[in-house]
Design a protein around this ligand. Sequence first.
Ligand code: ADP
Ligand code: TRP
Length: 324
Amino acid sequence: MARVLTGIQSSGRPHMGNILGAIIPAIQLAKDNQEESFIFIADFHSLTSSKDAELRKENTLAVAAAWLAFGLDIEKTVFFRQSRRPEVAELNWYLNCFTPFPMLANAHSFKDKSEKLADVNAGLFTYPVLMASDILLYSADLVPVGKDQMQHLEMTRDIASTFNRIMEEDILTIPEARISESVKTIPGTDGQKMSKSYNNYIDIFLPEKQLKKNVNTIVTDSTPLEEPKDPDTCNVFKLYSLLASEEQIQGMRAKYLGGNYGYGHAKKEFMELILEKFSEERKAFDYYMSHPEEIEKKLAEGEEKAKSIAEQMLQRVREKLGFR
Ligand code: ADP
Ligand code: TRP
């Protein structure tokens, strides 16, 4: 069986897009896999966009709590913080020296981010090499990611092949991306891709009152209450459909088409569905957030397991490069 590995940056609290698009599918893949999977919190990567230490700690906890709340099994998964295995930073340096400059200069995500962000630092530029190091340090075979990460996976494959070719030995495993086609891009409250950076996300872990406010920010048109409405162009209906059963979807569709059903009603139903559907996960998330020592313990276990694998790989690379 293949070794599965994936990571999520700790640049914010995980939202509905991260959960449906990344966390649930990765947990499923890990469950179906005989071999141990590697799931980590990419906290080094979050430094490219945020310099706030307290916020990083808080977000790292929240990302860990979300994985655990959705049922990540730490018996079958090596669950760790990227920064607690600093071997990755050493491999990152070596791989930087095997990465052609134009390859990084052509990365879509760098181009996008450098247009939007005020702080265009070198870390943002070499971000894909650190990501390659995450993957190659642990000899991952399969990497489940969203479509937006596809190019980073291609770069990882290129970097690994270049390294193996120059070193005349297949030291690094060439990984494959696992893009889940069945998981579409989850739309945000404004209809664009849901993302922390667009501030258009639904945070399913918020306390009820704040969740209500959050759901109320979903953008709708101004069709009067009495008139029939088009479910297929409505953001509330789209988000509701992602969580609802077929029967519930048809029920809401009929109400939209029938008139005398307002967007406020639909938002209320969507919120109730979140509360019902994720009731266990919300409780578990709150539990972990108020017991950070338990999260710490689980992560420390994973960090210990990751250690010997990381050290072995690094040892081989050092020898190959004449650092031993
Ligand atoms: P964000 O855009 O909020 O910063 P990240 O880039 O940190 O999200 O993504 C973390 C993971 O969640 C990635 O695997 C990404 O593909 C997935 N993901 C993020 N947003 C969405 C979305 N709107 N729909 C589906 N998957 C998403
Ligand atoms: N770049 C990924 C994202 O923004 C996060 C990430 C970092 C990652 N290192 C990784 C994902 C290694 C998979 C494998 O979503």
